[in-house]
Design a protein around this ligand. Structure first.
Ligand code: TYD
Ligand code: MG
Length: 452
């Protein structure tokens, strides 16, 4: 087969050049030219997204969201939850995560269940057929109906999908695929983008739902950053500490369901097991109350979760005091320290401050602010917060404590888990008493800091 011609297009302005250059000749941006393939001569080459199948279909995606699409449940409850109820016909899902976190495991488990309902094609580019079979045996799933294709050439995968017409096709992983139309190596941005674009078109045309597995680079971005996220309908990320057995799957983008939805699993010797009641998972196990620890209630999607935040404040020795966070936003910490100083009179300019969310969970909502501040103050004063207290609330730059969403649900969850007091924003104070929990409503950060 003759090699198709390549063209280099700019990721910033879309301008094209016949050869690779460091700087885009159209918009002068640096390092933005990536290789793509010219299809069917000049006409198609003029539009680098021509291979996606025209703008008409893109428009109809808006309607897809509006009407209810038939869904294929994977019958793994936590997975279905993040998918928004199941895999959608013709939908394209991207599952990203660190190597070894459990992507192939989960997809094999899901594929086994799906193969009871529809034809499932599992394209494995990383492992041999034997390795997949061995894994299926270990997982003790009935994988006999799964159609396995050990292949890394895009054109062959496309032809197989066209011939087999599966309901669901799993591509493990998108980075191993390559199109013979491009000269660049498998795993390069150009290849990943081209393969994903071609397969997305196949999904939209044939109605086959496609699941891509994507590796995350060291910087935390999927190879071919952003490009893939734009193409697919649903982006899910695996999170969690590979040292513990817990794994979270979070929806970052979902055209067919809610984002911020979270699924919780535990990795066992028989694969990923669902954790249906994860709210107490992220509390550390120590018994006595220690300084620097504060339990918050965060709301992930539709579920409240109790997470322990820990802070350590220690005398700084360097020229610059250190501010480190694990599982929380670093810039937010700097802001909270400034608010603490200006509005509560607590100065930490000569102290190192470390903050950690227990259990490898990541918290992005500002509702963690109040708990972070109280943990810091507790560590600084070396005085534990009173036992059985939970905290939530956002802290504003003016030192006010702002309400969070779904305050009542958070309070109920805390009460269910045996907490007796909650320090919360005044605006979140429930009108009717919630059984088992005493509410301490605060309007300003200074009130919360002075609470004993
Ligand atoms: P895997 O699904 O291969 O990860 P990925 O596809 O995301 O790279 O998971 C591999 C890890 O999971 C490996 O370290 C072993 C562990 N594992 C179990 O603990 N139990 C199991 O049943 C399986 C299949 C894997
Ligand atoms: Mg894998």
């Amino acid at each position: 087969m003759a090699k198709a011609k390549s063209v280099y297009s700019c990721t910033e302005c879309g301008g094209q050049s016949p050869k690779w250059q460091g700087q885009c000749p159209h918009c002068d941006a640096w390092n933005t030219l990536v290789e793509s393939v010219v299809e069917g001569g000049k006409a198609a080459g003029a539009n680098r997204f021509a291979s996606l199948g025209g703008t008409g279909e893109v428009v109809s995606l808006g309607e897809v969201e509006a009407k209810d699409f038939p869904r294929l449940p994977t019958l793994i409850g936590e997975f279905d939850r993040v998918l928004g109820g199941g895999i959608v016909e013709g939908g394209v899902v991207l599952i990203g995560g660190d190597p070894g976190i459990g992507k192939s495991t989960l997809l094999l488990q899901a594929a086994a269940r799906l193969s009871e309902q529809v034809r499932v094609l599992y394209v494995t580019g990383e492992e041999s057929a034997q390795q997949v079979a061995l894994r299926a045996r270990r997982l003790e799933v009935n994988a006999s109906k799964i159609q396995l294709l050990p292949e890394i050439e895009l054109e062959k995968v496309q032809a197989t999908i066209a011939a087999l017409k599966p309901g669901v096709a799993v591509i493990d992983s998108i980075q191993t695929l390559y199109s013979s139309a491009l000269t660049s190596a498998p795993g390069s941005v150009a290849q990943v983008r081209e393969c994903a674009a071609q397969l997305t078109r196949v999904a939209k045309q044939s109605g086959t739902a496609i699941v891509f597995v994507g590796h995350v680079t060291k910087e935390g971005a999927l190879a071919g950053p952003r490009v893939l996220e734009h193409m697919v309908d649903t982006v899910l990320y695996f999170e969690g500490d590979t040292h513990t057995s817990f794994r979270l799957i979070r929806a970052f983008k979902n055209r067919f369901g809610a984002v911020n939805e979270m699924g919780v699993f535990a990795m066992t010797e028989k694969g990923l097991r669902e954790v249906t009641n994860p709210s107490a998972l992220f509390l550390s196990q120590h018994r006595s109350d220690v300084a620097g620890s504060c339990v918050m209630v965060t709301q992930e999607g539709t579920r409240p979760l109790l997470v322990e935040l820990q802070a350590l404040v220690d005398e700084a020795h360097g020229a610059q005091p250190r501010r480190l966070t694990v599982g929380l936003e670093q810039n937010r910490l700097a802001m909270l320290l400034a608010v603490l100083h200006r509005h509560a009179g607590i100065a930490l300019f000569d102290q190192d401050v470390f903050v950690n969310a227990v259990g490898g969970v990541r918290i992005v909502e500002p509702g963690a602010d109040l708990a972070v501040t109280l943990a810091i103050v507790s560590s600084l004063r070396n005085r534990a917060l009173p036992a059985k207290h939970v905290v939530f609330g956002e802290v504003g730059l003016a030192g006010e404590v702002r309400p969070v969403q779904r305050g009542q649900e958070r309070l109920r969850e805390a009460a269910k888990l045996g907490f007796t007091h909650a320090i919360i924003p005044a605006a979140n104070k429930p009108r009717h008493r919630i059984e088992g929990i005493e509410v301490v409503a605060v309007e300003r950060l200074s009130e919360a800091v002075d609470y004993k």
